[in-house]
Design a protein around this ligand. Structure first.
Ligand code: ADP
Length: 610
């Protein structure tokens, strides 16, 4: 109970924090909806009784003016509140999206790569779209206010019916039993109704996740090529058809069940209405009730019954929603498990930052195998270091650890002799300019892509683009640095090639101007001329920075001071190119000869040796 209370309190606090005005307008608009029907009920009875009693025109006119005036006032207030609630709902929509985006960016990278967290995020995003959690909470809170007020007002107007002498004891008992029966039927049908809906919507979330993926496959331009060339249209359509049929079948089952519940509850309500009429007519015939009050009692009792069943349904829905709300809050409560130190990284103009890996081993979360094993090495300041090795040997993982996207499972990484965990996280990461293999550019302007922010130092951005080899292309960009990349947001955006994108990513790394420059397969998408240019300029580009260079093209590593050779998660060799080649049975010599053989074979085909 305490847990539920805390959950609901947090939900209210969250809603108030997100949009207090929306929440309050929803509650007060529900209040006006609840009160509105009672105004004509109360005053119509007064008018009828006044007419029967032969009251004067003044009294009748006053009642008529009060009926219309109060109804108009409550109606107007309701309309205004509803308008603000509708506007607020749209704003809440944006705020909730904003909160999702903010949380996703605040999550530690390890959790972004973790499939379980990704699924939880997709699930609650879908649930939010389906109307659960925060939204549902606001709507059900409004429902609770509406039905509670409706019941209270109905009780006030019906109370006098239980005055001594109006109804017989049996009739009173029958009336109370009818109300209790309605409540019981409402609770039971409401429970079934709630279960049917929550089962359906729980399944919808999985369906929607799957549906979105399918839609993405069919409409995405990169999968579009494979779909066409491998004739995957029919197979994808079949999947879509199966998915739709399954969805419609489940929806039919839910709607059918809900309709039955509605029928049952309506039947009980109408039967009771009939009973109420009979009781009141009998009382009127006995002379105990005025004509006006019959209409008032009947309408109030009907509103009371509707209120009871509405309240039971709303309570049921809000109980169901608690499960969604809990999941929602659990996601936003996910802590950052990475220790975040507060030590400031010393600002140095000479870039004398020294990093050391000390017996570092690492396993990705939820995996058994080690991706890195007992890695020990030291970056010498200003050194150009190459990292080579076969696919899956741990090179990218090594960089992820260096940049503290993950913490080592065992061992430690030191910056100027201090464990990197002790440093302020953002300050530590500011030391690295990295171009990952799977770097991402954004559909913003070229300038914003280079500067990674809103403020563009245009002159410096242009210098970086030229250094990265995009100088000539920049001249052909229609709006220079303001040219929009890709067409996601702008139909006139420029679609750039993979190689051009890689150069822009390199320019972004140069613009950041961090003491460590890390390039993971920086030339994979470049043509041979651009690749040669990057190598040629590498020393100039990296200047006095400590530079790390991962490459499969071993020839390109020769210009580095030192080469680290990775195999199965460990550094198996290190040294300069010539020295490593001398180790005939070493991994480096094997990789080198395998690549040299390829080039030799190609040459031999062109110039076959006679
Ligand atoms: P390389 O960059 O040398 O190709 P990686 O560092 O990417 O190799 O990968 C090293 C090992 O770690 C591989 O066996 C790979 O399957 C595994 N690995 C990489 N990323 C993840 C991840 N996010 N979760 C689990 N295992 C991973």
């Amino acid at each position: 109970m305490k847990e539920r209370w805390d959950l609901n309190r947090r939900a209210v606090r969250l809603l108030c924090h997100l949009d207090r005005k929306y929440f309050l307008c929803t509650l007060f608009s529900s209040l006006t909806t609840a009160i509105a029907p009672y105004i004509p009920i109360y005053f119509s009875a007064k008018i009828i009784d006044a007419l029967t009693a032969g009251a004067g025109g003044k009294t009748l006119a006053l009642y008529a003016a009060l009926t219309v005036g109060l109804a108009a006032l409550v109606g107007l207030a309701g309309a205004l509140l509803k308008m603000h609630a509708d506007v607020g709902e749209a704003e809440l929509d944006r705020l909730v999206d904003w909160k999702h985006a903010e949380k996703a960016m605040d999550l530690p990278y390890a959790l972004i790569e973790d499939r379980k967290t990704a699924l939880l995020r997709e699930r609650i995003e879908m649930e939010t779209q389906t109307g659960y959690n925060v939204y549902y909470y606001a709507v059900t809170a409004g429902g609770l206010v509406r039905y509670a007020v409706q019941i209270a007002a109905a009780v006030l107007l019906t109370f006098s019916l239980f005055r001594p002498g109006l109804l017989s004891a049996g009739a009173k008992l029958a009336l109370l039993a009818g109300i209790v029966l309605t409540a019981v039927v409402s609770v039971l049908t409401g429970r079934r109704y709630g279960r049917l809906r929550s089962e359906f919507f729980a399944g919808c979330v999985d369906d929607n996740i799957c549906g979105e993926k399918l839609y993405d496959y069919t409409s995405n331009d990169s999968s579009g090529k494979d779909i066409r060339l491998y004739g995957m249209r029919a197979a994808l359509l079949q999947k879509e058809r199966d998915f739709n049929e399954n969805f419609c079948r489940r929806e039919r089952t839910m709607n059918f069940g809900v309709a039955w519940m509605g029928l049952l509850s309506n039947f009980v309500t109408y039967a009771l209405q009939f009973g109420v009429y009979l009781l009141l007519i009998a009382a009127a015939l006995r002379g105990g009730l005025s004509v006006g009050s019959i209409a008032r009692y009947v309408s109030s009792i009907m509103l009371l019954l509707a209120g009871v069943s509405g309240l039971a349904r709303t309570i049921r829905i809000s109980v169901t929603n608690e499960e969604y709300m809990k999941r929602y809050l659990d996601y936003f409560d996910i802590p950052n498990p990475m220790y975040q130190g507060s030590l400031s990284v010393e600002k140095r103009d000479d870039d004398r930052y020294e990093v050391e890996f000390r017996d570092v081993s690492f396993r990705y979360p939820n995996t058994e195998a080690y991706a890195l094993r007992h890695v020990s090495m030291k970056f010498r300041i200003g050194e150009k270091l190459a990292v080579v090795g076969r696919n899956g040997s741990g090179k990218t993982t090594f960089i992820k650890l260096l940049c503290r996207l993950y913490d080592p499972t065992e061992g430690e990484i030191l910056l100027n002799g201090v464990d990197i965990r002790k440093y302020d996280y953002a300050e530590y990461q500011a030391l690295f300019s990295v171009v990952f293999q799977d770097f991402r550019l954004f559909a913003f302007s070229l300038g914003q892509n280079v500067t990674a922010g809103a403020d563009v130092d245009r002159a410096r951005a242009e210098v970086c683009l030229r250094e990265a080899g995009l100088g000539e292309r920049l001249l052909r960009m229609p709006d220079g640095l303001d040219t929009m990349l890709y067409r996601d947001f702008d139909p006139h955006g420029v679609v750039i090639s993979g190689g051009e994108a890689q150069k822009i990513a390199i320019a972004r790394a140069l613009y950041k101007n961090a003491p460590f420059l890390v390039l993971d397969e920086p030339t994979a998408a470049l043509d041979p001329v651009s690749e040669y240019e990057v190598y040629r300029k590498f020393n100039a580009i990296s200047g006095g920075k400590t530079a790390l260079y991962i490459s499969h093209r071993l020839a390109s590593c020769r210009f580095c001071d030192e080469i680290l050779v990775f195999s199965a998660g460990s550094i198996v060799q290190h040294g300069a190119h010539e020295a490593l080649l001398q180790e005939k049975n070493g991994e480096y010599a094997r990789l080198w000869h395998a690549q040299a053989q390829y080039y030799d074979d190609s040459l031999q085909k062109k110039n076959p040796v006679k």
